[in-house]
Ligand binder design. Structure first.
Ligand code: MG
Length: 252
């Protein structure tokens, strides 16, 4: 009897542990001291506090160099229209230079316990989306990082191309205009939708779970919202600018 009760307690504890969402730092942990969005420091900070994953954004320059940066433009220059040589001396808010994807991933090799949540930004046209996807997957494979890289994109073209190139990789769609069933039919493995999308479609997390899709929500900040999504059935992953607050919310 006692043994069964212990087993029951054990099962209950495992279940509650299983239901806790994974913590993904949005653009790295950039709110930490000395950090900046998408900087190499932001990746180090996310890894050093034990985030499950760290998200970052990738654009291709005009001459085909993948760089890690969020906005389409930097200092009024459109990344897609300029060469890497023009960008390489631009500093981020913490004094680092804009990292190339290769520099960023080389840092990732030093932190083997954190997943890479790799966003391919939506480029000017389908051809550029495909090229960005191809260069991304090639570099990830070359550095032996495939088993801990999950791809995400707002671009349907990029998602489709990524799926062709890396059929075993987890790939989630970001735009929120497709129901879980449609994402499943594209061969993708997850939905990674905004708070607003899930507010509009509260049925989608569980619908997605029933289809075997992974469910990620962005960008959830502050204790109240983090608490709401941490408890929401069907949410596997929370992408946040406040990873330390989320850890505290989960611990409670
Ligand atoms: Mg992003």
């Amino acid at each position: 009897m006692f043994k069964h009760f212990t087993l029951f307690l054990f099962a209950l504890c495992s279940l509650s542990a299983l239901s806790q969402p994974h913590v993904v730092a949005h653009r790295g942990y950039w709110r930490a001291d000395g950090s900046a969005q998408n900087s190499i420091t932001s990746f180090q900070k996310a890894a050093s506090i034990g985030c499950w994953g760290s998200e970052f954004d990738v654009w291709l320059t005009a001459d085909g160099v993948p760089v890690v940066f969020h906005d389409a433009n930097v200092n009024g220059i459109r990344i897609e229209d300029t060469t890497y040589a023009t960008l390489m001396n631009i500093q981020l808010k913490n004094g680092e230079f804009i990292p190339t994807l290769q520099q960023y991933l080389q840092e990732a090799l030093r932190w083997p316990d954190i997943r890479l949540i790799f966003e391919v930004k939506p480029h000017r046209n389908a051809k550029r989306d495909a090229l960005a996807s191809e260069m991304s997957v090639e570099l990830i494979n070359m550095l032996g990082l495939a088993s801990r890289t999950d791809y995400i994109s707002f671009s349907k073209n990029a998602c489709k191309r990524l799926h062709e190139l890396a059929p075993d990789a987890k790939i989630a769609y970001l735009s929120g205009d497709l129901a879980p069933q449609e994402v499943k039919e594209m061969g993708l493995t997850g939905i990674d939708y905004s708070i607003g999308t899930f507010d509009k479609h509260p049925e989608w997390p569980l619908e997605a779970k029933n289809l075997g899709l992974e469910v990620n929500v962005w960008t959830v900040d502050g204790e109240e919202a983090l608490g709401r999504f941490a408890k929401m059935p069907g949410i596997d992953i929370i992408t946040t600018n406040d990873p330390e607050i989320l850890f505290n919310v989960i611990k409670k």
